[in-house]
Ligand binder design. Sequence first.
Ligand code: UD1
Ligand code: CA
Length: 460
Amino acid sequence: MNDVVAIVLAAGKGTRMNSDLAKVLHPLLGRPLLAYPLAACRDAGVGRIVAVVGHQADRVRETLAAPDLTFALQAEQRGTGHAVAVTRDALDDFSGTALILCGDVPLLRPETLAHLADRHRASGDRVTVLSMAPADPTGYGRLVRDADGRLRAIVEERDADDAQRAVGEVNTGTYAVDVPWLWDAVAGLAADNSQGEYYLTDIVAAAAREGRAGSVLLDDPGEVMGVNSRVHLAEASAVLRDRINRAWMEAGVTLEDPASTWIEPGVELEPDVVVGPACRLAGTSRVAAGARIETGCVVTDSEIGPGARLKPYSVVGEARVGPGAQVGPFAHLRPGAVLEDDAKAGNFVEMKKAVLGRGSKASHLTYLGDAAVGPGANIGAGTITCNYDGVNKHATVIGAGAFIGSNTALVAPVTVGAGATVAAGSTITKHIPDSALGVARAKQRNVEGWSEKTAKKGGG
Ligand code: UD1
Ligand code: CA
């Protein structure tokens, strides 16, 4: 589709969002609303896109910048026809088909856009309108036809008479239009309507006067649902979630409770992954075959290896969980946490910039930060790497097969040799050589008969 460009209208404020944030920047499954119609254009093979921005234009530009995307500024929102007119400079060298769509319709499928472009080119019409026949046409522009069924015009509801209002076929706000014909058509628009706006829809009447206006009926009106409020945003999210979940299930992923599973569009899952209820898989996360992600986990920008298991309520962000490794329940893997093959970060374990070597275990209540743990080590319950001195972060290195007793504080920078043992309750501040025992705690002293003595004094 090298001869097809897209114009995406996104200058509006979105008053009904009641928000400081421009409507098209509100996130929908982790991406701004406007990213969806742009992605649909790209997936349909459109080579070049112009987005019309106005409200919070700079922020929209920054957020969505891409090599195939240019922005046209519509400083004042004077109607959809005016919005299209401001793209002329950006497309001055172009002739072919322009798809025109709205920035707030996230569910439009690329197949629909490609079909609309194909039908337009085959028809020889100047304009092809994507129409629909929703259960309730209220609020939409009506497709008005002559006695022979030929499309004559689109009439906005507030400008329509009773007969026109009774028409069930309406404008989705999506079009395929010939360029450069479009430029003359929008230049010829007048704002002589109830809103005093330049209506893009009036180009249909202009094309009809040449006998070259057509339409394509969209089967599923849900696809062009526009997001105008937070209620719509939630509804669109649910539709998108179901679409994504269905595709993953068809690709061999088990979702135990798809209604509560949120998988963002950039995530990739291999077959035989199992995802439990109430999980969120976000960003660019990759989950390999046979991995299990159990109830309530949140996985963001992370890599989960084959056969790995995330037990319930684990939070994993910018981390890597190796093949067969186990995490949680209630573990927190922060950026730079790495579990090598078959390693384990168990109950209430937190890791940040820390590697747990192959088969190593930190099973309970541990913090590993800026740490490298070799293979086959055991990190006892309550072990803490004291990585921060209030100014700088320091590293802890623990050798292969080391055994760190429970409730150990490792005051970084510090190293524990391969096969070394740390006595429980130690505060380790110095290097422990390979195979040595490090003990750093007060000696125990017993006072015989303590209870009787204190009882005689009347103590308790
Ligand atoms: C428009 C159509 C209507 C159609 C409906 C489908 C017109 C006159 N009417 O009406 O026939 O049934 O869409 O949803 O086009 N925008 C700008 N700049 C402007 C005005 C609008 O960028 O000056 C953008 C908005 O941000 C929005 C889109 O264009 O993304 C549509 O504008 P909106 O005002 O919602 O159009 P409707 O009144 O719904
Ligand atoms: Ca309007």
